[in-house]
Ligand binder design. Structure first.
Ligand SMILES: NC(=O)C1=CN([C@@H]2O[C@H](COP(=O)(O)OP(=O)(O)OC[C@H]3O[C@@H](n4cnc5c(N)ncnc54)[C@H](OP(=O)(O)O)[C@@H]3O)[C@@H](O)[C@H]2O)C=CC1
Ligand SMILES: O=C(O)[C@@H]1CCC=N1
Length: 278
């Protein structure tokens, strides 16, 4: 995380978070870590768990308020399957000065616009859960109603929790979702699978899990901190004729990991397109 961004994180008015689940909660955690004023945050989540209620109360954040000042930003973080119902509720809180930011997989700018008052400023984004620790990456696209100030505000909010990339072609959003939105799950599965492989190679389960988690986390951190491309880092581990080369012969075979990831990303891209069709 860039500590220089911390002091700049401020809102021009209230932010309404609609859906405080895994991703909405991750963004909320990221913003609060950076000192965003909790009194400006309102959360709507119809059936909050005891933990969520307690957590928000302890942080001084209003949950399901009976009334609120018109928000400057509405962050829509519900499941795509309930989009139309959620938009009906959100529309009540939207006026010409409100920026609606959606993080929903598949939900197009057109679909969002159709459920909101005409000429609503909308930004479609795809974040990921490392945002909770300021290490996410978010891809964004704005509709024509978004002002330069609203665009800057959205950048500021998402840059506060990681990297940001703006795109101009919405069709890319499905593949973006498949690579970075879902991507953390692939990496966590790599840690799970590596641990299980270690057990099959004879390691005690606890040690295998420790080694696999520390290796995935350490490798990611090394790439992050050095800024070195992954190919170079991989080659640095691979001694000619050594153990890594023996493993990579399997992983880099035509039907190896890249083949599997290509199929996985294709499946996720197609699923994102399907979600967009409702
Ligand atoms: N998880 C991830 O890594 C990422 C998710 N996304 C997107 O984020 C969105 C949320 O996903 P995720 O956080 O995983 O899902 P969650 O189910 O964890 O979060 C959704 C939250 O919305 C609540 N909710 C249900 N109905 C309403 C409503 N009418 N109004 C307000 N809140 C409501 C749910 O409550 P309850 O549980 O009681 O139903 C839940 O707390 C999805 O659209 C997904 O595509 C995007 C990038 C990454
Ligand atoms: O699995 C999903 O549909 C969401 C979108 C990206 C990550 N989680």
């Amino acid at each position: 995380m860039n500590p220089g961004k911390k002091a700049q994180l401020a809102l021009p008015g209230p932010l309404l978070l609609v859906g405080a689940g895994k991703m909405g909660g991750a963004l909320l955690n990221g913003w609060l870590r950076l000192g965003l004023d909790p009194s400006l945050i309102y959360v709507v989540d119809p059936q909050p768990s005891f933990e969520l209620k307690t957590d928000l109360r302890d942080r001084g954040i209003a949950l399901n308020p009976a009334s609120m000042v018109q928000p400057k930003v509405v962050l829509l973080a519900v499941k795509p399957q309930i989009l139309s119902g959620a938009l009906k509720a959100v529309a009540l809180h939207v006026d010409k000065d409100t920026l609606v930011i959606s993080i929903l997989a598949g939900a197009t700018l057109g679909a969002l616009d159709a459920g909101l008052p005409s000429r609503t400023a909308i930004i479609r984004t795809m974040p990921n859960t490392p945002a909770a620790i300021g290490r996410g990456v978010t891809v964004m696209i704005a509709n024509a109603e978004v002002s330069p100030e609203q665009r800057a505000l959205a950048s500021q909010l998402m840059e506060a929790v990681g990297d940001v990339a703006w795109i101009g072609d919405e069709a890319l959003m499905d593949a973006v979702t498949a690579v970075s939105g879902s991507g953390p799950a692939y990496v966590f599965f790599l840690a799970e699978a590596l641990a299980r492989a270690g057990v099959k190679a004879g390691l005690p389960p606890e040690l295998a899990a420790q080694l696999a988690s520390a290796t995935v986390a350490g490798a990611g951190e090394l790439m992050h901190r050095t800024g070195t491309v992954p190919e170079t880092l991989r080659k640095n581990v691979t001694s000619p004729g050594g153990t890594t080369a023996a493993a990579l012969e399997i992983l880099m075979a035509p039907d190896g990991l890249e083949w599997l990831l290509t199929a996985a990303v294709k499946a996720a891209t197609e699923r994102s397109r399907e979600l967009g069709k409702g």
